[in-house]
Design a protein around this ligand. Structure first.
Ligand SMILES: Nc1ncnc2c1ncn2[C@@H]1O[C@H](COP(=O)(O)OP(=O)(O)OP(=O)(O)O)[C@@H](O)[C@H]1O
Length: 302
């Protein structure tokens, strides 16, 4: 099996403050998982605010360096991606989709400019015709066309359309891995499922692997193949998504599930946690024991 991504014992510690008031935060502690090229999947990272999801994503994207451990993409350590050419080659294969499409796009800039820039800089498309072909192809994959969005500003598009444009921008280089950090949290509830379904479509039609980062168990249940639950920087449970969400084992996973609406609500637009206080109570029970393997393939922290 060929590894697309391998995260090996990765930790990130942020040091803050001056010499006299030095503080540090262990944002990610000894994280490990792998994605294979042959089986494109939606690998979901879930956890409460501050559990380390974004820091882990930023390390995979090469935006943050691990304090320990190694991240390999296509067998090559991302730490060795140094020159501009190497960085561009890496960015062609690994693309981010961020949370807030209204922040991704400058309100004073036409949204198509972002697409032209990606086609020119990342894909290396030289002529306008080449760029437009790549852009229109990417927009078609998300159910839009260049004709529809050309010359328009962010405020002239809905949140859902704008997030589709953001995903199209990420698709221009035909990446093998998309890292979508809370891609639906700023989108209207009524449009969320269409974005979530789009991610699933990209996996099925284009064979793109997706790392889907969310707080939301309902959409996670709906689209994930595998799931990783993080608490205070630690992975506490990881494995087949439905098995974990149907029958969580780690105390934090159980409490997280208990704090949200029934899983039957997935796909009905009502995705807000019912009671965050239950999950918040589990913050105090972060475990640092070893991961133990279960018969169904899941790993649970002891
Ligand atoms: N640049 C930074 N400097 C200092 N601390 C940071 C930095 N980035 C993140 N942290 C801290 O690391 C921890 C993990 O943060 P992170 O943003 O990765 O969590 P998260 O699970 O993505 O949260 P959210 O769901 O709110 O985005 C938090 O305690 C956060 O305050």
């Amino acid at each position: 099996m060929t590894r697309l991504l391998e995260v090996r014992n990765v930790s990130k510690r942020f040091n803050m403050g001056g010499l006299l008031s030095r503080k540090s935060v262990n944002a990610v502690v000894d994280a490990g998982f792998a994605l294979n090229s042959e089986t494109p999947e939606i690998f979901t990272i879930i956890g409460e605010s501050g559990s380390g999801k974004t820091t882990l994503a930023r390390m995979i994207l090469g935006l943050e360096r691990p304090s320990a451990g190694d991240i390999l993409f296509d067998g090559q350590s991302t730490d060795t991606v140094r020159s501009r050419a190497e960085r561009l080659a890496f960015m062609r294969k690994v693309q981010p989709v961020f949370q807030n499409p209204f922040e991704t796009f400058n309100p004073l800039k036409k949204v198509d400019r972002y697409l032209y820039t990606s086609a020119r800089m990342l894909l290396g498309a030289k002529t306008e015709a080449e760029q437009e072909k790549a852009i229109d192809g990417a927009l078609q994959k998300v159910g839009l066309s260049l004709k529809e969005i050309k010359g328009r500003f962010a405020h002239e598009l809905s949140g859902g359309q704008l997030q589709r444009v953001a995903i199209a921008r990420a698709l221009i280089t035909e990446p093998s891995l998309l890292i979508a950090d809370e891609p639906v949290s700023m989108v209207d509830a009524s449009l969320r499922m269409s974005i979530v379904n789009l991610l699933r479509d990209l996996r099925d039609r284009l064979g793109v692997c997706v790392i889907y980062i969310t707080h939301d168990l309902a959409t996670a249940y709906y689209i994930s193949d595998r799931l990783m639950i993080m608490q205070k920087g630690y992975i506490v449970e990881m494995g087949p998504a439905r098995a974990i969400l149907d029958n969580p084992e780690h105390p934090y996973s159980k409490l997280l599930k208990a704090s949200v609406l029934p899983i039957d609500d997935a796909g009905h637009g009502n995705l807000e946690p019912a009671d965050r206080s239950v999950a918040n109570a589990a913050w105090s029970s972060a475990g640092s024991g070893a991961m133990q393997e279960r018969a169904d393939g899941r790993l649970v922290r002891g």
